[in-house]
Design a binder for this molecule. Sequence first.
Ligand code: SF4
Ligand code: SF4
Length: 123
Amino acid sequence: MTAARYDCSQCPGYCCSYSRISVTSYDIERLARHFSLAPAVARRRFTYHYTAGGVDEWVLRHHKDHVYKSICRFFDRDERRCTVYEARPGVCRKYPYGNRCGYFDFLKFEREQQGDDDFIPSA
Ligand code: SF4
Ligand code: SF4
């Protein structure tokens, strides 16, 4: 795969603000190990059960955020980074599924237009 054409360190973490970040039992076990918790405790503490419209999944809990409305509970809202990077779920490891991130392209374009490297457009 060619080198990534996005830079998460320059981004306020848009992908971590997705409302439904779905995790597997394996992801929960990995998080449980990371925090030295029983998997059942980690599941209850870090996720909730989402069922609607035929969807049945365990989703990471959020907390409020000053940039996006809310963001993954593991996201450091001041440093704008993941606090469980080594233990992050599989979906976070795979995203954005290639060497480009659509949001980063958008962010870069808007910052160039505004002439402001810190500009954060509303998504
Ligand atoms: S939205 Fe894209 S650039 Fe921003 S943190 Fe996620 S993957 Fe990185
Ligand atoms: S676990 Fe980390 S990478 Fe995944 S959504 Fe939460 S803060 Fe982002």
